[in-house]
Write a new protein. Sequence first.
Length: 529
Amino acid sequence: MVIRDRTLKSSESTQNASRVINFRPEPEKHSPYVIHKGRVVDAIYVDPEVPDWAGNLLYEALTPALDKIHAGARLAHYPKFDKQQRNEPTHIRRLLLQNTMKTIFIPLDNHLDLQQRLQLAIRVGYSDRNPLAEGYGNQLESRLDEFDQYAGQYDMETDNSATAASGFSVLGLSGGGKSRTFLRCLHLLPQVIRHTKYKGKEYTCKQIVWLKLDCPFDASHKGLCIQFFNTVDAILGTDYRRNYAGKRRTVDEMLSDMALVAANHSLGMLVIDEIQRLNVGNSGRGRKSFSPGAQKINPAAERMLNFFVQLVNTIGVPVVLVGTYKGMAVLSGEFSQIRRGTGQGDMIWDRLENNEQWMSFLDALWKYQYVRKESQPTDSAGKGKTIGDVLYDETQGIIDFAIKVFMFAQERAMETGKEKITGGLIRQVAKDKLKIPQLVLQALKMKDMRILERFEDLYPAAMKDYMSYQTEEPTVSGKIASAPEVKALLKQNTQQEQSQNQLKKAVADETDTATEITAEVDVTEGQPS
């Protein structure tokens, strides 16, 4: 099923009304964006896990759903290591160390939680998008004809045409590993599935299971559209950029065409990273910034977010928004509707606590010691602390910093000839190598709110406003989950949810009672006196 190409000239429209833009072998050569590519496979259909979804070729072509154990095994990447490598010359060991620290991936609880959410959102999103279902093509084409990125401003409770698709957001501090984890989770699925025949019948389609884009630095709508077309061209070999993003095309036309391309290729999920850029960008018009916790955001961000809502509502594409804590102000208020009905809630992704998760992380990391004298994270570092405690103090549980300090400590040990990781060495390299973030790390350590509130990427200044708009309780992981103010907000949300559930139950009970009374009256009136 292909929706008509609305950019064709009138003279061509009759002959080519149902074709998509011609495929061309060469993608855009010069793209200013990072293009995230995944696997391209030929469709192999398997019976779906949910019997009601049988006959939906978009779903049946997906790889089997994974439980957390198998997902963890697939996500993990532990580079090959041999203790004999510790005998190599220093320059070789430094190469080995750099390569290992660049590629290692240690799955933790929040990584597995994210994988399960993405897996569920894609599958549920496809559940009511069967291109072979009777009337599906006409229905989708009608929705696209009426596509309006401003139509997201309505009451979701009264919307009877909403699809099964929904999205969620993942917000956390910078350096927590969100972007890399997203890519690893998405790469568990093929990015493109080529369909040619289904159950003996011809069906040609290049299904795009997922796309990951970065919000442009200037948060412009045109930049996002061009990035979308460039990415699709790069993975499919099409020429959408030239056909849909020419100089004379308006932003509204490009946004509408972006939805058209997503529909034609049965896009399964759109991930928009760096969403906090909407906080400071102008998106072509409107104020350039707004204060955290404000009820009304700038019109440009509003326009772009409404477009994402319409992708969910019009063609059923789940949209996942990812960013730092600075994005909380953007995603508060009326835009909580984009995450409605997931049954999952949003994710607040903070740094690790110094607990069993931190120790699991260190146990996996400490295997990769290229210094000649082995140590353990549980070794004493003096003053009642272990080496693992010292690494936590110096990096405050931020994964990116922890891996880098672990690497810097080994390099320093090689350079000095000490050939062993110690607590003192970790403190020394953290002070020397992390000079720029030292102020923030010390503020996190000392819980200095005066400093932390100046760094919105690392501290959720808009947490209260963000939490107040949540329709489903978010999952809060990491150090921030133990903060008293967050505990209070979660408790308040839980109490409000319980009160709402009690009210709904009371109304339902009253309705049932009224129905029973009416039924009894009807029966009585029908009996002879």
